[in-house]
Write a protein that binds this ligand. Structure first.
Ligand code: FE2
Length: 265
């Protein structure tokens, strides 16, 4: 699997049997009845409980470690705690805020499709949850990651525009190398980006904001000055906690640099 495809890792062999069986059921339901702003999967009580426990934990952490842009976006698009959100309802609310809509996918969107859909105001979301045995981090993007991380951030018009630009750039990429560079920059900004606020690093990246384990480690891993060139050269591993993060002095600085990279000739 190429680096560019890592955002959509197939969960496969590492899952215990009940978890793998449930993911298969969910994928089949999405293939059968999915579509933009649809809700093809009914989650069970165990999944509602897991969702609620994780969201409550993240809600308690966010005021201290999340960027103010994220906290404001969460007020614009609040997520339920007592049960998993309905994708149709959430998609319509998001559409009213920034024009983005949600497309349930069975977990196997190649990188070009995943990024490319942003250009059409579509965010692809999985609908399975992490396995209950390892609730604080999911190496593959589960529904908690997609909704608590990406979809809340998409309620902010500046971030929604940046996602669109990532989509246009991915659609215009003429080589695997170009797509990989776009993927690297997406990873180190929209997934794991930090911004300096009140003299401290605060998260705006979805992979950090949706993982209580990652949020707890922000102060302990290597943090580097924001640099698109360094991001393109840097290696990363989505299957474990992050070892290197990039911090911008402000969201505006990050957005200017990312726009300039994505719209370069
Ligand atoms: Fe992600």
């Amino acid at each position: 699997m190429s680096r560019a495809n890592e955002h959509r890792v197939e969960a496969g062999g590492r899952l215990d049997e009940p978890c793998a069986r449930r993911r298969k059921e969910i994928a089949e339901a999405i293939r059968r009845a999915g579509g933009i702003n649809s809700h093809p999967v009914t989650h069970n009580a165990e999944e509602d409980l897991l969702w609620g426990a994780m969201v409550a934990k993240l809600n308690a952490l966010h005021p201290r470690v999340a960027s103010s842009r994220y906290l404001q976006a969460k007020e614009r698009l609040p997520l339920p705690v007592s049960h998993t959100p309905r994708i149709d309802d959430l998609g319509r609310r998001l559409d009213n805020l920034t024009g983005f809509r949600l497309l349930p996918v069975d977990g196997l969107a190649p990188a070009g499709d995943f990024y490319g859909r942003f250009a059409d105001d579509v965010f692809s979301t999985t609908m399975y949850l992490r396995c209950p045995g390892r609730p604080h981090y999911s190496p593959e993007p589960d529904m908690l990651h997609e909704l608590v991380g990406h979809v809340v951030m998409l309620a902010d018009p500046l971030f929604a525009d940046l996602y669109r630009l990532f989509g246009k750039a991915a659609n215009n990429a003429t080589s695997e190398q170009d797509l990989q560079a776009i993927s690297q920059v997406f990873w180190f900004t929209m997934e794991t980006g930090l911004v300096q606020e009140d003299g401290r690093p605060k998260a705006y990246g979805a992979a950090l904001l949706s993982s209580s384990g990652e949020l707890a480690k922000i102060g302990t891993c290597s943090v580097e000055k924001f640099s698109i060139q360094e991001m393109i050269k840097s290696d990363y591993d989505i299957s474990t906690y992050q070892g290197k993060l990039f911090i911008a002095q402000s969201v505006d600085e990050m957005a200017d640099e990312v726009r300039s990279f994505l719209t370069r000739a």
